[in-house]
Design a protein around this ligand. Structure first.
Ligand code: BTN
Length: 319
């Protein structure tokens, strides 16, 4: 069926069932069956007597085939596991990783029924509205160095959204992405490791693209590209751009021996947390003024209660 899609995509005009059949060495009945299946998948294919079939391209189409089409990465997204519905893409990809899945494999879902957020929270992931994607990495790094990958994923997504939409999202340290101070993107990085060795890292990215409404309680803190701009965007284009950006940052990270220092300037440029008052949620919860980010990617804060400077390694801050 996808070979028929390729032919129609190349042709960009009408092509008769006979021509398609001849090119693929299949019967006209088989062509018709393939067309029917493509339509069931959501492709709009016009059929006109004496002319044949024509593919009407919509950039809203979102599946394995569309994501692969025109993707220019070397590794990330070369294997795509697409789910119309699944529990959690991070969970699916973990199984794939344990079965020996290749670095760069991605799991993408149209809808997640048990999307995972940080701190054990649920991540709302309805169909048709967002990008719910997990990326498998197998870096040869110490487990302690993996948190930098989370920061780089945030940077890659932020830059991708800016390029694709013309909007100016900001990173809330370490890796939430906000637009007009509401949460647009969440990133959940999970890994499998021993004391000194990382087996694999899964970077799970959730982007609210065309979401028109959020469940009660979320509307005040979450947003989507659509809600902030009044425009809808192609999930495929954004997803591809995220992969291209992240691959380039990842390669640079590996080449720089897992250091965050080369990215510090770029990250700080997009980060809105510096100079803000934050609530640090960790073993101890306290209020502080964020003042800087270290070359290791940690947040430097001045505590409100005792005026002392502290470095926050990971975890979460709320504004
Ligand atoms: C957060 O709490 O901010 C992190 C949310 C991460 C959501 C993404 S969507 C794709 C991937 N699969 C999941 O189950 N969660 C992550």
């Amino acid at each position: 069926m996808y070979r028929i899609l390729e032919i129609l995509r190349r042709e960009q005009g009408f092509l008769s069932g006979q021509d398609i059949g001849e090119q693929l060495r299949i019967s006209r009945a088989a062509v018709w069956k393939g067309i029917k299946k493509l339509r069931e998948e959501g492709y709009e294919i016009e059929a006109v007597t004496n002319k044949g079939y024509r593919l009407i391209l919509h950039d809203t189409m979102y599946n394995e085939k569309e994501i692969a089409q025109g993707l220019s990465t070397k590794k990330l997204g070369r294997t795509i596991c697409f789910y119309k519905e699944t529990t959690t893409t991070n969970g699916c990809l973990r199984e794939i990783a344990l079965d020996g899945g290749d670095e760069g494999t991605i799991a993408v879902a149209e809808r997640m029924t048990a999307g995972r957020g940080r701190r054990g929270r649920h991540w709302e992931a309805p169909a048709g509205s967002g990008i719910w994607m997990s990326i498998l990495l197998r870096p040869n790094i110490f487990p302690s160095e993996a948190s930098v990958l989370t920061l780089l994923a945030g940077l890659a997504v932020c830059q991708a959204l800016e390029a694709e939409t013309g909007l100016s999202p900001k990173i809330k340290w370490p890796n939430d992405i906000l637009l007009n101070e509401k949460k647009l993107v969440g990133i959940l990085t999970e890994m499998d490791c021993e004391m000194q060795q990382t087996h694999f890292v899964i970077v799970g990215i959730g982007i609210n693209v065309n979401t028109t409404e959020f469940p009660e309680g979320l509307g005040d803190i979450a947003t989507s590209l659509y809600l902030e701009s009044g425009r809808t965007f192609s999930r495929k284009n954004i997803l591809q751009r995220v992969l291209v950006n992240f691959e380039s940052l990842y390669e640079e990270f590996i080449a720089s021996h897992s250091s965050f220092a080369p990215f510090l300037f770029r990250y700080k440029e997009k980060c809105s947390t510096i100079n803000q008052e934050v609530k640090v949620l960790g073993k101890e919860t306290f209020f502080a003024q964020a003042v800087d980010i270290t070359p290791e990617g940690e947040l430097v804060v001045i505590r409100k209660d005792n005026g002392k400077q502290e470095v926050v390694f990971s975890g979460e801050v709320s504004i």
